[in-house]
Design a protein around this ligand. Structure first.
Ligand SMILES: [Zn+2]
Length: 429
């Protein structure tokens, strides 16, 4: 049993601790909802001993489960039998040159089973739901989390129910249906779907995987930081860019970097920079207020509107913790417009050979803007997390490449004349 590593669930605001196997498995009951996120607490000295006895360099499991002692799963055999994590890290010389960087690293999480970073978190939620004895797991999602939960649940044949907003992209809906989840499409926004999921979980006693509500997601999401460290030989980049919707992925990455320092693997952690869409910039506004006044609060009245569906969140449930974590990582929050996201969607595959969905491209848009506006040091090393595949949202992809030439040719004796004529006007890139 793994119990000696995960010790408590602790409220991020009041510090109250709760039994990891107790009845409180979502929010701290005494704090206001957006401030009530629970955090997994680990016995790091025990983890340190375990890592000394069984060094990472000798471990053969090339998935998130190689970090088992740092995961909130008590049964060490409770793997989700899918290849989750240990996604490729690419160095892009072209991207680095164009952006004036020393090195540009692309962490490509489109390689996960459902082509999204969310698989890292869903695996934790499903494993924990099963060991806590819930009858089913449920989530509200803009699309990726639900698709991911459907796959992870299917892998261990655990019942899965999802609530998604009506604007969820078709490819993501197809994934949920393919894996046999019970899908409810809500005529409303993600925030409407979230409220319904909470009530459904209370009514039917299901575990809720929704971000900012389930305390185990962040622990799966932190594994990207650990992989980045191992893949760079513990020579972490100066800055890390990641897009932000509810704030859960960025909280996870920050926690992973903190742990790397805590356990003595690195001396310095990267500045972690969160990128939101201008039309869903609740946390950028909250960050600016936080920096100016020290007050941590979230305006819940913003109606999100952006092409980046994965980060189209009006009420970031994990936001308060995310802002605290970004501050501790000496980072900041910034916004990019939909136009900048579309430009980044086109530039990302041309410059790095990785294609991202709009939310993933938002992180690259943040890096482009950050380097143009001297928000980061020239000649430094930056990493961008590509959190979802470019094929996850085909409508957005069509919009991004609508103006790209599709050279129509007809078979026949003149075909090579046509090809030659077109090639004369085309720059082979
Ligand atoms: Zn509390």
């Amino acid at each position: 049993m793994n119990k000696q590593y995960l010790t408590d669930l602790k409220c991020n605001t009041c510090g109250q601790t709760y039994d990891i196997n107790g009845s409180i498995q979502s929010l701290c009951p005494t704090c206001p909802p957006l401030h009530a996120t629970l955090e997994c607490v680990f016995d790091y000295s025990a983890v340190k001993e375990a890592f000394k006895a069984n060094p990472l360099s000798k471990r053969r499991d090339m998935s998130i489960f190689r970090y088992m002692e740092l995961l909130p799963v008590l049964n060490p055999d409770a793997h989700i039998p899918l290849q989750i994590g240990w996604s490729p890290l690419y160095a892009s010389a072209t991207g680095a040159e164009k952006l004036g960087l020393k090195h540009l690293l692309i962490k490509d999480d489109s390689h996960n089973p459902t082509a999204s970073y969310k698989d890292r978190a869903s695996a934790m939620a499903v494993a924990r739901a099963a060991e806590l004895g819930f009858s089913a797991i449920c989530t509200a999602s803009t699309g990726n989390a639900a698709a991911s939960l459907a796959a992870c649940s299917r892998a261990v044949h655990f019942p899965c129910v999802v609530f998604v907003p009506e604007k969820t992209p078709t490819a993501k809906l197809i994934q949920m249906l393919a894996y046999g989840a019970i899908v409810f499409r809500v005529e409303g926004t993600y925030d409407d779907a979230f409220e319904i999921s909470i009530r459904a979980c209370e009514t039917f006693d299901w575990m809720n995987r929704s971000a900012g509500y389930n305390p185990y997601l962040v622990e799966g999401k932190k594994t990207g930081a650990w992989e980045l460290a191992e893949q760079t030989g513990f020579n972490l980049p100066d800055t890390v860019f990641v897009s932000v919707g509810d704030g859960s992925i960025i909280s996870g990455l920050c926690k992973g970097f903190q742990e790397l320092a805590e356990l003595g693997y690195v001396k310095h952690i990267p500045r972690v920079i969160g990128v939101q869409a201008t039309g869903a910039n609740t946390l950028v506004r909250a960050w600016n207020r936080f920096v100016e006044t020290g007050a941590l609060d979230i305006d819940t009245t913003i109606q999100p509107s952006t092409i980046a569906d994965s980060i189209s969140v009006g009420i970031p449930r994990e936001g308060i913790r995310a802002l605290r974590m970004v501050k501790a990582a000496n980072g900041f929050m910034m916004a990019v417009s939909d136009e900048e996201i579309l430009t980044a969607m086109r530039r990302l595959p041309l410059e790095t050979a990785v294609m991202g969905e709009p939310a993933a491209a938002a992180a690259y848009a943040g890096l482009i803007k950050g380097s143009q506006m001297n928000m980061i040091d020239k000649n430094s090393t930056a990493a961008v997390f590509v959190t979802g595949s470019g094929l996850k949202d085909s409508v957005a992809a069509e919009n991004a490449w609508r103006s790209s030439p599709l050279n129509a040719i007809k078979p026949g004796p003149n075909v090579f004349n046509m090809i030659t004529r077109i090639l004369k006007d085309t720059k082979i890139q």
